[in-house]
Design a protein around this ligand. Sequence first.
Ligand SMILES: [Zn+2]
Ligand SMILES: [Zn+2]
Length: 442
Amino acid sequence: MSRPARTYLRRCREALKKVNPIRSVKGTRDLLPAETALWQRVEEEARRVFVAYNFREIRTPVLEPTVLFARSVGADTDIVTKEMYTFTDRDNESLTLRPEATASVVRAYLEHGLYNEGGIHKLYYMGPMFRRERPQKGRYRQFYQIGAEVLGSYHPSIDAEFLEMLVLFLERVGVRDFALLLNSVGCPKCRAEYVKALRRALERVKVDLCADCQRRAATNPLRVLDCKVEADQPIIEKLPHILEHLCPECQQHFDRVTGELKQRGVAYQITPRLVRGLDYYTRTTFEITSSVLGAQNALLGGGRYDGLAEMLGGPPTPGFGVAIGQDRLMLAVEQAAQLKGEDQLAAYVAWMGEQALPLAAQLAQDLRRQGISAELGYEPIKLKKSLSVANKLRARFAVIIGEGELASGRCQVKDMNTGQQEEVEPARIAQYLQEKLGKPSV
Ligand SMILES: [Zn+2]
Ligand SMILES: [Zn+2]
């Protein structure tokens, strides 16, 4: 740093009182450039796959009326009772930072009367969600989801096509070691019958279950199936399965889904205990787990929610959706190490002597206008130092402009990978770099 710069900074510091540094909120984190490059690659792949299946993006607000989640997610779920960031706004309206986005997408679909257009709507979204959970590896209070929803069809082909799309997406981002777990939770009619049977069975065995399960047996018996306590597992395994209680219509739907998955070459494991945490699911539910994250950590999950639109005051509208936990997906993508998130700097423009600056600045501007990333030194430095700066920035090429180059009207372009150097006219440099960057370096 130059002396005037040091003096200037010291004066700035003296004008301020010493204060403690401010840290990010617990359970939240900053994603720094070393990570965001890979995040962007994953998001790009998601967009590409969604668009290939004719999905379009929807962006809904992060803030929603609290009642939206109380009605959709369920007023007695952990999410709504314990985990939401809810506050009273200045005009006394209760607002919530969205804990998930399906309810928001359905709200927007109803609010804008998209159902009036008829047909099927395929929508996708990406963004932060908020839940005040206990922070742990791969789980944050501000976490990110990539999600997609199909609204307007009861057809089992929708379920199968959607799952095929998710498998393609995981393959595209290099995650191969995963399992698709599949179940049906039936419709309100057959599920009610099942819950009765489950309650009866629990009456006989609940004394042997953990305290949580004993409470759930009374309040929400389906939740018992989610219990992770080791000692409970043999007992839970013997409880009645929902798949044995499906009504003929739900059974037919499930058979069509599994039949089509086979036709499409999508492998799945039927998992009768998979009932998912949210109240609005009907019929097909699914999760994809990856051994990379440990069996209990789902990468993504979702299912059919044919009653949700009506719960939110709209006309009957069937739906099917997924939410992908991006924070956990990134751990799996990093492990798979197939995608590279590196955004390499294309060119470092090095100039020697004040008289070289106008040409260097012009050249840097030309490159940038043509979408070639370029860094321009801010001060004249010696050639050797310039090349070491280019190295440090991991620039692919260094463009060198010194007295000799000014006199000859040609610049030196050095390939930082191979060390080869060529003379190129300034007007041709952008084209020259574009050609070189198009081909992989040897
Ligand atoms: Zn049913
Ligand atoms: Zn238990």
